[in-house]
Design a protein around this ligand. Structure first.
Ligand SMILES: Cc1cc2nc3c(=O)[nH]c(=O)nc-3n(C[C@H](O)[C@H](O)[C@H](O)COP(=O)(O)O)c2cc1C
Length: 174
């Protein structure tokens, strides 16, 4: 899939087909993450592939903003170790994973895990050591057919966010 086509059509997916995600597709998603850029090229990440339905259900039971993890066939947790800018580096990883997955017919959703107690509980479930920061769990699965809102994005217009030369000046494309 062309990059711009992928960017235009990608949407967050919170319901998945039950079909398992083939190993080669999981590999492609991991590879997309591995290739991400990072501050000082430290690559301070760990990717935990979760396929055990009991673990997926347990994460869904803990994560109030990601109940749907319970019904995903697979998930990848992104954890950061000694990162300069953990959220920025992890953001690059997960966007690359998300786009690679989308191009294969899958979807995902960033699950925040920002509530300290929920984050701690999911770290325990995954055996993540204290000093390593858990950023997100990304559930992955094939997108349901005829997904509601497919291809439609709700975004501010360029006029609202793009400035020309100076903040507050209108950006003229011509
Ligand atoms: C940093 C970040 C955190 C997010 N956290 C959650 C979350 O915890 N649960 C959830 O359902 N969606 C979460 N989302 C998904 C956003 O709601 C979604 O990306 C946004 O509404 C735009 O929709 P779209 O991705 O379909 O274009 C998060 C997205 C980002 C970028």
């Amino acid at each position: 899939m062309d990059v711009m086509e992928c960017l235009r059509t990608r949407l967050t997916v919170r319901a998945f087909r039950p079909d398992p995600v083939p190993a080669e597709v999981v590999q492609k998603i991991l590879e997309a993450g591995r290739l991400a850029p990072s501050s000082r090229n430290l690559q301070p990440w760990h990717f935990i592939v979760i396929r055990n339905p009991d673990t997926l259900r347990a994460i869904g039971a803990v994560a109030t903003s990601g109940r749907f993890v319970a019904d995903a066939p697979m998930a990848i947790a992104i954890a950061m170790e000694n990162a300069d800018r953990p959220e920025l580096d992890a953001g690059r990883v997960l966007q690359q994973m998300e786009l690679a997955a989308w191009s294969e017919g899958l979807g995902t959703c960033f699950v925040g895990l920002r509530v300290a107690d929920q984050n701690r509980q999911v770290k325990e479930l995954l055996g993540i050591p204290d000093q390593i920061e858990l950023i997100t769990v990304l559930p992955f699965g094939y997108r349901p057919q005829g997904m509601r809102g497919a291809g439609r994005k709700q975004r501010k217009s360029l006029d609202e966010v793009a400035h020309g030369e100076q903040f507050g000046q209108r950006y003229e494309s011509g």
